[in-house]
Design a binder for this molecule. Structure first.
Ligand code: AMP
Length: 403
């Protein structure tokens, strides 16, 4: 899949409206930016505009202000951090539409940048309201989307706005995401191994179905493995299971008969202890007295893949030339149950395969296990990368001009 790219545009003297993903994690109390990777990720595109003598008008959402202005979700600190990273001032607009904002955009000089206030201070953004999209479009003469993380949403800034421009281009970060992910679907170097984990089968069904005809092996971990094991009649004790997905798990197992579809052969299992309900009254659990088991006995819940499974999965990954990974192998937030996830991260890094890791948890696992620099591509979009792998057209990508 090839899309028109920002390098194909003549930017000199032009106002370039760029959808970036500045939805950075913030400290709940102080509002301080906890990780500026998303700002850094957009720098190549922003620098390119500045270096070419263009005028960057940047727009993003931050958090969930629910369509209302809310100072807790202002992008002002992001403008400050961006300015530090760029080494030049970045103007900040108090809103993302309206006459005053338009005057600021029109007042930009070549090589200058302006960041608009949070798009989601207006409910019209997520509703993809045409009038609002039109107002955004008035701020630029060219449109670039560099926000892969929101490309699976048809919002005013990702989809509606594109209807006002003759051509819509991908930024450098968006280009990299599309390149890696589309290569997986269109022409993966073989053997191609997919590793899927996480809490729920239901979130990954469409990915599994789409990858079965393309992959040589699919390795399953995390809680979703127990739904598959139960569907095969194996004991899963008190493990997290989606009872209503057992038939579906059986049908996926049948469909996967032509490839290696690996399920854990041993587990780390623990006793589930009920804790105090949380603030919203939801029950909470903790897991204690973990041990390694081949079959999970009644009363214990699987919390990680076991050592034999780690060896088997590492061996499957070692021979691969393409690896896609989404979802942890266990409750990796608890250090005692993180070994399976971290060992898989190391195996992926050591394989030398073209490796694509998607989803916040798996991305964090490769960071924590110190192998992030040996992963070919860590996707910035959890939901977006999953939908891409499902074979769905992402509205924000589909709206970009083909090249
Ligand atoms: P997902 O968002 O579907 O990728 O799921 C990620 C979550 O799945 C993480 O918070 C993990 O703690 C959780 N998870 C992984 N394995 C298990 C397991 N065996 N039991 C319960 N939760 C799990």
């Amino acid at each position: 899949m090839k899309k028109l790219n920002i390098r194909d545009l003549d930017l000199k003297g032009k106002r370039v409206l760029v959808r970036v993903d500045f939805n950075v994690p913030q400290d709940k109390k102080t509002g301080a930016i906890k990780d500026d990777a998303r700002i850094a990720g957009a720098l190549p595109t922003i620098r390119h505009i500045i270096d070419c003598g263009g005028r960057a008008v940047l727009m993003s959402h931050l958090g969930r202000p629910d369509g209302q202005p809310n100072p807790q979700f202002t992008l002002k600190p992001v403008a400050e951090r961006l300015s530090q990273l760029l080494g030049k001032p970045v103007a900040f607009a108090p809103d993302c539409v309206g006459d005053a904002v338009k005057a600021m955009a029109l007042g930009l000089k070549d090589g200058e940048a302006l960041l608009l206030e949070n798009l989601r201070f207006h409910a019209e953004e997520e509703k993809n309201e045409p009038g609002f999209a039109g107002q955004l479009a008035e701020l630029g003469e060219l449109y670039v989307n560099d926000a892969f993380g929101t490309a699976h949403r048809a919002h005013a800034s990702t989809e509606g706005v594109t209807r006002h421009f003759k051509r819509n281009a991908a930024g450098f970060l968006m280009e990299k995401e599309i390149d890696y992910l589309s290569r997986v679907l269109e022409s993966p170097a073989k053997p191609f191994v997919a590793i899927l984990g996480g809490a729920k089968v239901s979130d990954k069904i469409a990915v599994i179905e789409n990858l079965i005809p393309k992959a040589d092996a699919i390795l399953i971990g995390g809680a979703m493995a127990y739904t598959f094991l139960l569907a095969q009649g194996k004991p899963v004790g008190a493990s997290l299971v989606e009872q209503d997905k057992l038939d579906l798990a059986r049908s996926l197992l049948a469909k996967s008969a032509t490839i290696r579809f690996l399920l854990p052969v041993d587990h780390v299992a623990a006793e589930k202890k009920e804790g105090e309900p949380d603030k919203k009254g939801k029950p909470t659990f903790s897991f204690v007295n973990a041990r390694q088991v081949t079959d999970i006995p009644a009363g214990l819940a699987g919390v990680d893949i076991g050592p034999r499974t780690i060896v088997e999965y590492a061996r499957a990954v070692a021979g691969a030339r393409t690896v896609v990974w989404n979802g942890p192998m266990g409750i990796f937030e608890t250090p005692e149950y993180a070994r399976g996830t971290f060992e898989v991260a190391k195996a992926v890094a050591a394989s030398g395969a073209t490796s694509i890791v998607g989803g916040g948890d798996s991305a964090s696992a490769v960071q924590q296990s110190g192998v992030a620099d040996r992963i070919s591509h860590i996707s910035t979009g959890g939901g977006a990368s999953l939908e891409f792998l499902e074979g769905k057209a992402l509205p924000g990508v589909a709206a970009l001009t083909d090249s």
